[in-house]
Design a protein around this ligand. Structure first.
Ligand SMILES: [Zn+2]
Ligand SMILES: [Zn+2]
Length: 244
């Protein structure tokens, strides 16, 4: 498998995973023409796309859903996410196989109906995906532990968020246990996972409350001594394509 963040952040999230039987989309927060253009720019394609998995129903993850449905793309998500969106789809249960990839959903603390992170397994390789989470739990660490490639939220720098222009209730929501993960917390999680994780894509960076260089620097400091490699994701363009 290979994975690329076609776009990441509150303006729209979509990951493209290349599996043994073609592409799989994780989240659909970008319009179809953007998905196509960015996949092409990354050297990937959407040809043969039959499935999209959604992590939760927030707008930045489902804004591009209608064009997918019109194209006959099948949707998989938790029962709660499907209900919240009012759509039919396949409920993701541990071990379900989609596009030749086995999916293992796990609960994440976030203020949506039934949000999930995902571990994807195919051909002996594993990719862990955890964005939109207020805190790291033992369950999340256990789900990510077998993965050499992880997509992990590094949403904000706490000092930038506190000093920034967001209204206080929104700051409280982001900082809270069902909000978003700070750079520092992402770094601590990677340090706990240790050298079994080799590559981490830092995702869902806030354009208001974070800076790419600051996220990299803060996480790198927190993981001190870790042997893996960090990569950035971007709101307006695809990330590098990394193997699993
Ligand atoms: Zn989000
Ligand atoms: Zn969300």
């Amino acid at each position: 498998m290979r994975v690329c963040a076609l776009g990441s952040g509150s303006s729209g999230n979509a990951l493209l995973v290349e599996g043994p039987e073609g592409p799989l989309l994780v989240d659909a927060g970008l319009p179809w023409r953007e998905l196509e253009a960015r996949a092409a720019r990354a050297g990937l394609g959407l040809t043969g796309l039959r499935w999209a998995v959604l992590t939760h129903e927030h707008a930045d993850h489902v804004r591009g859903l209608d064009p997918l449905l019109r194209r006959g793309v099948d949707i998989a998500a938790s029962a709660g996410t499907l209900r919240a969106l009012g759509i039919e789809g396949t409920v993701v249960k541990p071990g379900i196989e989609i596009a030749g990839i086995q999916l293992f959903p796990f609960a994440v603390p976030h203020d949506a109906r039934e949000p999930v992170g995902l571990r994807l397994e195919a051909d002996g390789s594993r990719i862990g995906i955890a964005t939109d989470l207020g805190q790291i739990t033992d369950g999340i660490l256990a789900a990510l532990a077998p993965c050499r490639t992880v997509v992990l939220e590094a949403n904000h720098d706490v000092a930038l968020l506190l000093a920034g222009s967001y209204p206080w209730p929104l700051k409280v929501r982001i900082l809270g246990p069902e909000g978003h993960l700070a750079n520092e917390e992402a770094g601590r999680a990677i340090r706990t996972l240790g050298d079994s994780v080799e590559r981490v894509l830092l995702a869902h960076l806030s354009e208001e409350n974070n800076r790419p260089a600051l996220a990299l620097e803060t996480v790198a400091r927190a993981v001190d001594g870790w042997g893996g490699r960090l990569y950035l994701t971007y709101p307006e363009r695809p990330s590098v394509v990394i193997g699993a």
